[in-house]
Design a protein around this ligand. Structure first.
Ligand code: FUB
Ligand code: ZN
Length: 638
């Protein structure tokens, strides 16, 4: 297969159910994500470049001496921003962005050792090279450098940044390949990067090393030195035997991305099976309704099955992004719509909520309930992660999330559609133009404000082909018509309505996905949400935010009257969007009768006192844009 401009460009189609499209072939043309992509480039990118200078991340690489500012893996923030910019210039070159890449590449080239080694913390003498892999993040950082270099080369054809990345990779090969070492990095990431480098170069050394690094893990090769345990590092169980996601969430999911990447190139079924098994377990038992994964603050980790407390949810933004990356690889491997469903949930909820509406503030962790209207910490520019602020700071001391958001938004086109010998598959409904060889289609929609999606054929290609349209798992009663005539199709086992015909230029397909407001309950074993409901409409999860409720209504003390109707109303210009808000009847509880210890004998409960109120729910992703607030997604049902 020829290389595509986007993350995950498999070298051969042999183990793909569907094939990816590049960012110049799947182009966002507007809507929520199209606008975000533009602001990501015009506003977030300069913001991020400013912060990388201000927090010392670039200076660390410039100086390579003295104290290292920020966290020891801050090089990776520079690389992720470079990757984001590379996707952007790949879609559409821009002088300012090109210059930023060149400037930073010059810094990296000057910093790089003659043998290709590059790590500002180690080179400044704060760590001995390759000596403390469990903590040092040396391979993790080089992995991000490789991804940036590959993105830049795919985007521009240029070798500047790519050469730096490849030399660093070759240094890793020299140290680790052919089992010269039996250990690996405490933080997975290098595996998927090496596979991408193999894809880009055709040099199987990188693929072999990626596989080796998967193989050695899980045998207790990382000496945890008292910092967490083997499970935290995914080093307790060999990856082919693992049954569920465990330990640090981002690490577990980055590792699985590498696992599926190696499968996509080698066809080793045990790898895919393991990834599917772990993903299914995570999706059924360890994922919040918002798409958050990794519920524990302690170790930024997955909890046990159904351990999903809404108020204590860690839900790191990077973990959900890692799940999007994993889902995309599984989508390519299987062609199944359940992975696009999960991407959709993650995009419209957690990822959308991770960033302020002006796109310069970010959530590192994403709770599903906030009990106290607490602002970001006084040290606002560098809040400790565990403070879990109720407003979005502009950057973090541990700045992994903002650049991860940036590279995801910049490369979002790559997640919209795929193609195969039989035709085109549409996975996400976003205004876009999709081109595969001689076929071009345009998608127009206001989704998810409504479920009307129109696909028109701009170039019809030769002979018949299929258009496959994902029917989201939440949707009942989807219908489709072709040129105004109902098309009698129902979704196939993979979750797609498939239309096969000889297409003509100007053909129009109208897909309707009904999306009435609905109430969702959690699995009974998810104790923390038992007896509560969440409001959803289409892929959008709603929340109650204190600022929208009638005066003196405490969001911590409301119940939702589930037998009363829910009403939708468009709120034009609300936080820069025209979202649909939902109103519901609720009971505002007055618990003054509970004064004292807060406990009561079941047979002597204080009388229930409350007043009926109208509650207003907003899309979860819009919360915390109007100052500190109290917020909840799950509401006790009445
Ligand atoms: O360790 C690198 C990154 O920092 C992880 O992926 C995040 O969870 C944060 O701890
Ligand atoms: Zn992060």
């Amino acid at each position: 297969m020829t290389s595509v401009l986007g993350p995950v460009s498999p070298r051969s189609a042999e183990h793909l159910a569907v094939r990816p499209l590049g960012l110049r072939d799947a182009v966002l043309t507007g809507g929520f994500w199209g606008r975000w992509q533009q602001v990501n480039r015009e506003v977030t990118t300069p913001h991020a470049l400013g912060w990388l200078e201000r927090d010392g991340s670039v200076d660390n690489l410039r100086r390579l001496a003295g104290p290292h500012r920020g966290l020891w893996f801050s090089d990776s923030d520079v690389y992720k921003v470079l990757e984001a910019i590379s996707w952007d210039v790949g879609r559409d070159p821009a002088a300012g962005l090109d210059a930023a890449v060149s400037d930073l590449t010059r810094v990296l080239r000057a910093a790089q050792e003659p043998d290709g080694y590059l790590n500002s913390n180690v080179q400044a003498g704060h760590e001995v090279q390759w000596n403390n892999l469990v903590i040092s993040h040396e391979l993790y950082c080089i992995g991000h450098l490789i991804q940036a270099g590959v993105a830049h080369r795919r985007g521009t054809g240029g070798d500047e940044l790519f050469d730096v990345a490849r030399r660093a990779a070759d240094c890793v090969v020299t140290e680790f390949a052919d089992r010269r070492r039996k250990d690996t990095d405490g933080h997975p990431e290098i595996e998927m990067a090496l596979v991408e480098l193999y894809r880009e170069t055709g040099d199987a050394t990188y693929l072999d090393l990626a596989r080796q690094l998967l193989d050695v893990r899980g045998h207790g090769v990382l000496d945890a030195n008292g910092h967490f345990d083997s499970t935290y590092f995914q080093d307790a169980v060999p990856v082919r035997e693992q049954s569920t996601v465990a330990g640090h969430a981002v690490r577990a999911l980055y590792l699985l991305c590498g696992v599926v990447d190696v499968y996509l190139e080698t066809g080793e079924r045990a790898l895919l099976d393991s990834a599917l098994r772990q993903w299914e377990s995570m999706t059924a038992t360890k994922t919040y309704l918002t798409g958050a994964v990794g519920s524990r603050f302690d170790g930024e980790a997955f909890g046990e099955e159904y351990e999903l407390p809404p108020d204590l949810a860690y839900g790191e933004t990077c973990a959900t992004i890692a799940n999007i990356m994993l889902c995309w690889r599984l989508q390519l491997a299987t062609g199944e719509g359940r992975f696009a469903d999960a991407i959709e949930r993650a995009l419209y909820n957690l990822l959308a909520a991770s960033t302020s509406t002006d796109r310069t503030g970010f959530f590192y962790n994403n709770p599903a309930q906030r009990r106290v209207a607490r602002p970001a910490a006084a040290t606002q520019t560098r809040p400790a992660r565990a403070e879990a602020p109720g407003t979005r700071p502009p950057w973090f001391a541990c700045a992994c999330c903002p650049p991860n958001i940036m590279r995801t938004v910049a490369s979002l086109g790559g997640y919209l559609a795929t193609y195969s010998d039989s035709g085109v598959q549409l996975h996400q409904y976003v205004p876009a133009t999709i081109r595969t060889g001689t076929v071009t289609i345009a998608v127009e929609t206001e989704y998810p404000r409504d479920g009307a999606i129109e696909v028109s054929v701009l170039e019809a290609g030769d002979g018949p082909w299929t258009l496959a349209l994902r029917v989201p798992g939440w949707c009942r009663g989807a219908t489709v018509s072709v040129n105004g005539t109902p098309w009698p199709a129902s979704a196939n086992a993979a979750g797609y309505l498939v239309i096969e015909r000889q297409w003509r230029v100007g053909d129009r397909v109208a897909l309707t996905l009904p999306m009435p407001v609905r109430l969702t309950v959690a699995h009974p074993a998810a104790d923390a949400m038992r007896g509560a409901v969440a409001i959803e409409r289409g892929p959008v999860v709603y929340c109650l935010e204190s600022v929208d409720q009638p005066e003196a209504v405490d969001v911590n003390r409301v119940e939702l009257c589930v037998d009363e109707p829910l009403h939708e109303q468009v709120r034009e210009g609300f936080l820069g969007e025209d979202p649909i808000l939902v109103t519901a009847t609720g009971l505002a509880r007055d618990d003054s009768g509970w004064a004292g210890t807060g406990w009561a004998d079941l047979s002597e409960l204080p009388p229930e006192v409350g007043r009926r109120v109208t509650l207003t729910a907003i899309p979860y992703h819009l919360w915390a844009n109007r100052g500190p607030s109290v917020m909840r997604v799950f509401i006790p049902a009445r």
